[in-house]
Design a protein around this ligand. Structure first.
Ligand code: ATP
Ligand code: MG
Length: 556
């Protein structure tokens, strides 16, 4: 048994399998891989696969490599490759050895195709798409053999060679495996292994006119790299038969310790979409600002929003690995991020919808410096300077002329409240604008209440936050809501119409001067308001993205 003595809390069916394979001596070291297709940015679903693959390798002292599954010439872009590498590193993982590209194996795939032809296990088929469908049959009806199934080996080799050189047009023929047209598994009814594509490939240019299908390329790539446990999502469950069939019929790989495929359920999150195709539609339709829009479930979007790698990893840990398909509640992700931020985020004050407060009994033109803790539960994080003077900002929601009920613990006329980190104040009167909106509140402060309660025993229950006016910095706040109005928008063909128009609301307010140097992507707790981080794309202005609320807002 492996000495890690596998941490019970993680035990899942994949770990059981690995334990068995190590115990039986089938493998002495395990290897996993993360195989993204570079046709979009990574999303939180990919994070599940990344954590699974890299954590297994780490815990079992094995290896996990990164392979770009770039067998499709049309879609891939270098921008995606760059962002994928960056996102994996940001999540806190690193791949073993060099980055692999399926396209590096194109010559190998070709050799293996020839081997299958030589074993009379593959043939070139000229049925058109419609005929192929007809011959394939249905779940209820077995298929029938293609008339090209018995072409001779030499003829097939020559035909594949011609396909490779571009002698046939796209769609004119394909190379198919010769398996079983009566199989109950559709994927075993002579599946295509190679198809003709005239598109230029970003790594191999125009060298190839044929490209391997996913099922053919994936198992061989795993085998070439020495992967032992090939983990993928449930939709490939049937295809496992083809995975095994291909490797078992190739001399190089037909060994007991060849790779095996295991499936787990995808992560689906409520009120969002996850497929790269759908995300791309949102980006191209300009419904969002780009792949890294903070509303998207992409890793780069979550990063821009202030989510932490630890929060995301804890979330993945918390949902676990199983074979049951389900929708995950966004709250679970938000809780995981909030729990992490509660520990690491520096505290600060910001006013999102400001009104002015004038402290009538405070000396004119005096500005006082107060030392406030950066984190109330962690003294080691030190103190920050905040300021106090005659003019301050508080949030509109924190003042009412008359307290609406006994529970109201904010400022009202003749009702005292403590300003966070500072003094107790009492409102006396206020001004409104033409429309009756409060513009300025006049108040008095009790100079003897800095860091202590009033000496005469007056009880002041409420605490509200504020920002001193002369040093306040103007800031933009971007407040986010669910991206879609329905729980499972992806099910709907016209999912774009379910886009939540209030998914982004912008407000303008003020923040403490210390925020001038706020690091982008690092979340701060704006006390009483929520977690926010400075936007990473708007350097000149202070723009803050709301990461997550202080408490779970959905259930209240
Ligand atoms: P999408 O449908 O979003 O385009 P994909 O499966 O086509 O996803 P790939 O780039 O092929 O994306 O995926 C790389 C790896 O990430 C695969 O092993 C895939 O199974 C895994 N993966 C993708 N989406 C999820 C998800 N929602 N949950 C768990 N794993 C996922
Ligand atoms: Mg894919």
């Amino acid at each position: 048994m492996n000495d890690t003595n596998l941490i019970d809390k993680h035990i899942n069916f994949i770990r059981h399998q690995i334990n068995n394979d190590l115990d039986s001596g089938l493998h002495s070291v395990i290897q996993t891989r993360f195989p993204p297709e570079p046709n979009g940015y990574l999303h939180i679903g990919h994070a599940k696969s990344i954590c699974l693959n890299f954590n297994l390798a780490q815990d079992y002292k094995g290896k996990c490599n990164l392979r770009f599954d770039d067998t499709n010439p049309a879609k891939e872009e270098l921008e995606f490759i760059k962002s994928i590498k960056n996102d994996i590193k940001w999540l806190g993982f690193d791949w073993d050895g060099d980055i692999q590209y399926s396209s590096n194996y194109f010559p190998k795939f070709y050799e293996y195709a020839i081997e299958l032809i030589n074993k009379e296990l593959a043939y070139v088929c000229f049925l058109n798409a419609e005929e192929t469908r007809e011959y394939r049959g249905t779940l209820k009806q077995t298929g029938k053999d293609s008339p090209y199934r018995d072409t001779s080996i030499t003829e097939n080799i020559s035909l594949l060679e011609q396909m490779r050189k571009g002698k046939f047009s796209e769609g004119e023929c394909v190379l198919r495996a010769k398996i079983d047209m009566t199989s109950p598994f559709m994927c075993m009814r002579d599946p295509a292994l190679y198809r003709i594509r005239f598109e230029k490939h970003h790594q191999t240019g125009n060298e190839w006119r044929i490209y391997p299908m996913y099922d053919f390329a994936h198992c061989i790539s795993d085998a070439i790299e020495g992967v032992t446990h090939s983990l993928c999502t449930l939709e490939f469950q049937d295809n496992r038969r083809l995975y095994d069939w291909i490797l078992e019929h190739l001399d190089d790989f037909n060994k007991l310790n060849r790779p095996h495929q295991y499936e787990f359920s995808r992560l689906n999150l409520e009120y969002t979409v996850m497929s790269k195709r759908k995300l791309q539609q949102l980006v191209e339709g300009r419904l969002v600002l780009g792949w890294n829009d903070p509303r998207l479930p992409t890793i780069s979007g979550l990063r821009r929003r202030g989510y932490t790698p630890t929060g995301i990893r804890n979330f993945i840990e918390c949902i676990g690995i199983s074979k049951v398909d389900s929708m995950t509640d966004m709250k679970i992700l938000e809780n995981a991020v909030r729990d992490d931020l509660n520990i690491v985020a520096q505290r600060t004050m910001g006013v999102i919808d400001p009104i002015k407060v004038i402290i009538e009994n405070y000396p004119e033109s005096q500005v006082e410096i107060i030392k406030a803790p950066v984190h109330p539960q962690n003294e080691d994080m030190g103190k920050r300077d905040i300021f106090f003077s005659k003019e301050l900002y508080i949030d509109r929601a924190d003042f009412k002329e008359v307290a609406p009920n006994k529970k109201f613990k904010r400022l009202a006329i003749d009702k005292e409240v403590r300003l966070r980190n500072a003094y107790v104040i009492n409102a006396t009167t206020f001004d409104t604008d033409f429309d009756g909106n409060v513009v300025t509140v006049y108040a008095t402060y009790d100079p003897d209440t800095l860091g202590k309660n009033p000496e005469d025993g007056r009880k002041v229950k409420g605490v509200i936050h504020f920002v001193e006016a002369s040093k306040a910095l103007k800031a933009e706040f971007r407040l986010y809501d669910r991206l879609f109005t329905l729980e499972n928008p992806g099910k709907n063909e016209n999912f774009e119409q379910l886009f939540n128009p209030k998914s982004l609301v912008v407000t303008y307010g003020v923040v403490e001067p210390s925020m001038q140097y706020a690091t982008p992507e690092v979340a701060y707790q704006f006390e009483r308001e929520g977690y926010f981080c400075r936007d990473n794309e708007t350097n000149d202005n202070l723009v803050f993205n709301k990461t997550v609320a202080l408490r779970d807002a959905w259930s209240s």
